[in-house]
Ligand binder design. Structure first.
Ligand code: TXA
Ligand code: MG
Length: 325
C-alpha cells in the first residue's frame, strides 16, 4: 500500500544498508529503524526541515515534542543538563528503554521544532544494535517518534511500519521484530523526578536506583508529556478491558489462558504462561492481528492483566486503546 509520493527503500540492516540509511539522515531524509522498544521514524534532530518531515509523514500535531536518540551519555550531555538523579538513571539504564527529559544545555543543538519550543529535551540511548550502528554512522542525534501514523498502534515489525508509512518516508531499516514491544519509560528530571509515561523500564527498577518514590505528573504542570493524548494506540475495533467472559462476535486478547474454551471468533494469548515481558512484546502486534481478523469493526475483549512491573505500561497502552475516540 503506497499513498505517498516517495519510493520507500527497504534496507537490510548490514553495512551497505546502514551506510545508505545514514546518508539519507545526513541529507535531511526520513528513515524508520528498529529500537529495542518499537520502530522509530528518524530524522536528523538538528534540522527543523528534516524534523518537519516526521510530523508530515505521521500527520502528527505539531505541539508534540520528540525524543532525540543519541549514541552515549556523553553525547546526551552535549544537549541536556544532567543533575545527579538524571545521571544515576542514565548510568543504570542506558543503553536501554528509558527516556530522560532534562533542561537543555547551553550548547544544545536539537532544533526547536523537535522540542516543540520547550526549554527541556527528551533524550534516549537505545540498546538495539541496529539503532546504535545507525547513530554511530550518522554521527548525529536522531529525533524519532514511533513509526506509525498519529493515533495508530506502534509498530514492532518492518511490515507494520510499511502499512502506515510506505510511500511517505525514504527508507526503512529492517531489523526484525522488536524485543520489548512497548515504548520507553519517560522520566522528567527537571526538579523532583516524575514518571511521565510508564514503559519498558519498570517504576520499581527506577525507584530502586533513585532510592525514593517517583513523583506523579501534575495535570496542570509543565512536566506532563504533551504527547500523552488519551485516545492513542487505537485499533479500528472497539476495546473492552478486564473481560472475564467473551460476548458473541468479540475477538479475545487473552492473558494466562482465561479465554481457553470460550470459542471466540479469534483469540490470541499475550502470554499463556502469564509472563508480563512476553505480553509486552506481543501487545501491539496482537492488537493489529485481532483488528484485522474483525475486519476493522466489532470489539476486542481483553483479559485482566496484573498492574505491577511491566503491567503498568501494558495497562497504560490498553487504557488508551480503549478510550473514547
Ligand atoms: O520507545 C520509545 O520511546 C519510542 C522509540 C522510537 O524510541 N519513541 C517514542 O516516541 O515513543 P514518541 O514521540 O511516540 O513519544 C515521545 C513522548 C511524547 O509523549 C512526548 O510528548 C514526550 O515524549 N516528550 C518529548 N519531549 C518532551 C519534553 N521536553 N517534555 C515532556 N515530554 C516530552
Ligand atoms: Mg507514539
Amino acid at each position: 500500500m503506497s499513498d505517498g509520493s516517495k519510493t520507500t527503500l527497504r534496507l537490510v540492516a548490514g553495512p551497505a544498508g546502514l551506510a545508505t540509511a545514514s546518508d539519507i539522515l545526513r541529507s535531511g531524509g526520513l528513515v524508520a529503524f528498529p529500537t529495542e522498544t518499537v520502530y522509530g521514524l528518524g530524522a536528523g534532530a538538528r534540522s527543523a526541515e528534516a524534523v518537519a518531515g516526521i510530523y508530515a509523514a505521521k500527520t502528527r500535531p505539531r505541539f508534540n515534542p520528540l525524543i532525540a536518540h543519541v549514541e552515549s551519555l556523553e553525547a546526551a550531555e552535549a544537549e541536556g543538563r544532567f543533575g545527579p538523579d538524571a545521571r544515576a538513571l542514565a548510568r543504570a539504564f542506558w543503553p536501554g528503554s528509558l527516556t530522560l527529559v532534562v533542561p537543555i544545555a547551553p550548547g544544545c543543538r536539537i532544533c526547536d521544532l523537535a522540542r516543540a519550543g520547550l526549554d527541556s529535551v527528551a533524550l534516549r540511548v537505545p540498546s538495539h544494535p541496529v539503532a546504535r550502528a545507525l547513530l554511530a554512522a550518522a554521527g548525529l542525534p536522531v529525533a524519532a517518534p514511533s513509526a506509525n501514523r498519529s493515533g495508530r498502534v506502534s509498530p514492532t515489525t518492518a511490515d507494520h511500519v510499511l502499512r502506515d508509512l510506505d510511500g511517505r518516508i525514504d527508507a526503512i531499516l529492517d531489523g526484525g521484530r522488536t524485543a520489548v514491544g512497548v515504548e520507553s519509560t519517560i522520566v522528567a528530571c527537571l526538579d523532583e523526578p516524575v514518571l511521565l509515561r510508564p514503559g519498558g523500564v519498570t517504576r520499581e527498577a527506577i525507584e530502586a536506583v533513585l532510592g525514593r518514590r517517583l513523583a506523579e505528573p501534575r495535570s496542570d504542570g509543565p512536566t506532563v508529556a504533551p504527547g500523552m493524548l488519551l485516545s492513542h494506540y487505537a485499533p479500528r475495533a472497539a476495546v473492552r478491558l478486564d473481560a472475564v467472559a467473551l460476548a458473541p462476535g468479540e475477538a479475545g486478547l487473552d492473558f494466562g489462558g482465561r479465554f481457553v474454551g470460550q470459542g471466540a471468533r479469534a483469540t490470541l494469548d499475550l502470554s499463556p504462561r502469564a509472563d508480563l515481558a512476553e505480553a509486552a512484546a506481543n501487545l501491539f502486534g496482537f492488537l493489529r492481528r485481532l483488528d484485522d481478523a474483525l475486519g476493522g469493526s466489532g470489539c476486542i475483549a481483553v483479559a485482566p492483566i496484573p498492574g505491577a512491573g511491566l503491567g503498568e505500561a501494558i495497562a497504560d497502552r490498553l487504557a488508551r486503546a480503549a478510550a473514547p475516540r
